[in-house]
Design a protein around this ligand. Structure first.
Ligand SMILES: [Zn+2]
Length: 197
């Protein structure tokens, strides 16, 4: 039986690298894979970029109202051995439900990679549904500045921590650069003065 996998982690936990490696493993065996990502993520647009420098074009982008099953069906020749989705936190809950239907109904394994929670420690809608529905959950780990495992993503604007704002920061609208730092709970709570949302 094909399964829906959710591989999640804080930012900079190597999700895109793991995705590209998984795609390579299929292709090494002569199998055809599909790479996709939601359009919400503006950086990199139609590419999946790993921090190691490897990058690759997606086979299709998933718009906010797109039917993922239709998109997969339109790209189903040759037969699809695996569907890999990057930035899966930006999918809608309905699109995540379609990923489960693709795995179970179409018997295509679906590997979704994404961030579990936003800068206010709240689950992204797509991630919440993936945590509920995935057959298999796997955490990709990264390290906080203090050496502990990072589980949260703190937002910095112009180099200063901020704890208010939209779930998705549109960098181009701000005069100061928006960046993120993966942090453990202890360091996050220190920077936020104990705030969690
Ligand atoms: Zn820490």
């Amino acid at each position: 039986m094909a399964k829906l996998y959710f591989r999640y982690g804080a930012m900079n936990s190597g999700k895109s690298t793991a995705l590209l490696q998984a795609a390579y493993n299929y292709e090494e065996r002569g199998q055809h894979v599909l790479l996709a990502k939601p359009t919400v993520d503006t950086k990199g647009a139609e590419k999946i970029s790993s921090r190691l420098g490897v990058e690759r074009m997606v086979d299709f982008l998933i718009g906010p109202d797109d039917d993922v099953r239709e998109l997969v069906a339109a790209h189903a020749h040759p037969a699809v051995a695996c569907l890999l989705v990057d930035e899966a936190q930006f999918l809608s809950p309905a699109q995540v439900e379609d990923l489960l239907r693709i795995a179970v109904g179409e018997r295509i394994p679906v590997l979704a990679y994404g961030i579990r929670s936003d800068f206010q420690t709240r689950a992204f809608p797509g991630s919440a549904r993936l945590l509920e529905l995935a057959h298999s959950l796997e955490e990709l780990k990264t390290i906080c500045r203090c050496g502990r495992k990072a589980i949260f993503n703190a937002r910095l604007v112009g180099g200063r921590f901020v704890f208010d704002g939209d779930q998705v920061a549109i960098d181009e609208l701000s005069t100061e650069r928006v960046t993120y730092e993966s942090m453990c709970a202890e360091c996050y709570l220190r920077e936020s003065d104990g705030r969690l949302s």
